[in-house]
Every structure is written in C-alpha cells, then in structure tokens.
Design a protein around this ligand. Structure first.
Ligand code: SAH
Length: 227
C-alpha cells in the first residue's frame, strides 16, 4: 500500500504543480505515492456555489463554511480512514523533520488548504483536523504549504530518492545542520576545496564533517542542540 494524499482546495489546478517534477513527480508516475486534489466548490449546495461567509462577530474577510468543508472531507476520508487529517494553518504546530518522518511512515494524509481568513473552528473539532504550520509567516492560502509538506514527506518514501541520495546525514536528521559540501573544480575563483576532503582519509573526513556540522548548528541554530 503506497502513500495516499488527498488535498481539499479551492484551486485543484495548482496540483501536482511542483510535485509533478523531478524525483517526486517520477515517484507519482511510478505509483510510489498518489495524489488526488478535490475541489471544495463541488460540495457547495446553493446556486452560487458558495463556500465561505462573513466572520461571526464581525471583522474583515471571509471564513470557509463548516458544512461544505465537512462534506468534502467525508467524501474523501470515511470515518474509519486511518490517515491523519491535516489543516494547513499558521496557528498550527510547526512542521518538523520528525513529524515529516512519521507521516512518511504512515498510510498517507488528508490535507485541507485554507483560504481567506481560514476555517470555521467547529469543523476542525468535528473532523479532528490537526493544524500544521510551515513557519511563522502568513501565506495567502494553504496550497503552497500543502506542497511543502508533501514534498518533504514524499522524498522519504522508500524508492523515491535513488540509493545514491541518502537522507541519513541530512540537516535535522541527526539534530544538526549539514556540513558544507564541495565539488570540482579543485580551485574556484581562488578558493580551494578544504584539503581534508581530498585526503582520502575517511576517518579524518568524518571527524571534520562532524565538527563543521556542530559549529554551524551552534552558530545558526543553537535551539537544535538543546533538543
Ligand atoms: N487569518 C489567518 C490566516 C489566514 S491565511 C490567521 O491569522 O491565522 C489563509 C490560509 O493560508 C490559511 O487558512 C492556511 O490554510 C494558509 N496558511 C497561511 N499561512 C500558513 C502557514 N504559515 N502555514 C500553513 N498554512 C498557512
């Protein structure tokens, strides 16, 4: 059983978008994962196919209606669906590589993309939506956030990245940022590749990389070292 992603959105034409390119797109074409984008507007019930309404209590913008969104969720995700139901939201728990790894090991995800001011609180509760944020800034909609999440998850699905592209030593996988990378030419604009990397001494190379990763993490992301 491969990873199944369902996305509920007002802009299904944005998918797969970047998720159709490169190794992620090849994985999709090869059936290593699947993606279904569902148009929220299909579940509108009135003549104007309304999906939103003004915020109760007043204020600017519009809020996605709970009944319409619930119908869309129920259509793609039955009550006994084992997949987590995520709502992309700046109020959510910030996405981490640890959560990405968990999701990649699971059966898939149902992802709701918000628009406008967001989503009626009651549908989040009624359908058990887990709010997930991709960072402390506000986007115009959840679609790009959903793509960020899916791209991070799908690249961890076995077979998506070639064997050559291992994730074992990547940033965040061991609580550290990655060490600096170099490739030929040996001299670029007067700058040499650090000699240790061309020494052929694997013990020294590993020690150097570890030290670089640690000092980089200490300088840029001391919060990672505390965890
Ligand atoms: N009024 C809301 C922001 C709405 S932005 C608030 O202040 O919390 C519109 C939609 O974009 C949201 O419903 C969400 O789906 C998406 N979005 C915006 N920023 C996001 C972020 N940092 N992470 C994930 N989704 C985000």
């Amino acid at each position: 059983m491969s990873f199944r992603a369902d996305v509920i959105t007002l802009f299904p034409e944005l998918f797969p978008g970047p998720l159709g390119a490169s190794v992620i797109g090849r994985g999709l074409a090869d059936g290593l994962w699947s993606l279904q984008a569902t148009h929220l507007r299909e579940f509108a019930t009135d003549r104007h196919r309304t999906v939103d309404d003004t915020p109760s209590g007043g204020g600017a913008g519009m809020v996605l209606k709970p009944d319409i969104l619930a119908s869309a969720i129920d259509a793609v995700s039955p009550a006994d669906d084992p997949r987590p139901r995520l709502l992309m939201s700046p109020r959510g728990v910030p996405l981490t590589q640890a959560r990405v790894r968990e999701l990649a090991a699971g059966p898939g995800a149902v992802i709701v993309c918000g628009r406008f001011e967001g989503v009626d609180q009651r549908v989040m509760e009624a359908r058990g939506l887990e709010e997930v944020s991709i960072g402390d800034y506000v986007l115009a909609g959840g679609e790009v956030a959903a793509m960020v999440l899916l791209e991070a998850v799908v690249r961890l699905i076995p077979g998506v990245l070639g064997a050559a592209e291992s994730h074992a030593e990547e940033s965040f996988e061991n609580g550290l940022l990655e060490y600096p990378q170099y490739t030929r030419p040996q001299v670029f604009e007067g700058r040499e590749i650090p000699a240790v990397l061309t020494s052929g001494d694997h013990g020294r190379i590993e020690k150097w990389r570890r030290e670089q990763a640690e000092s980089l993490t200490r300088a840029r992301r001391p919060d990672l070292l505390k965890e």
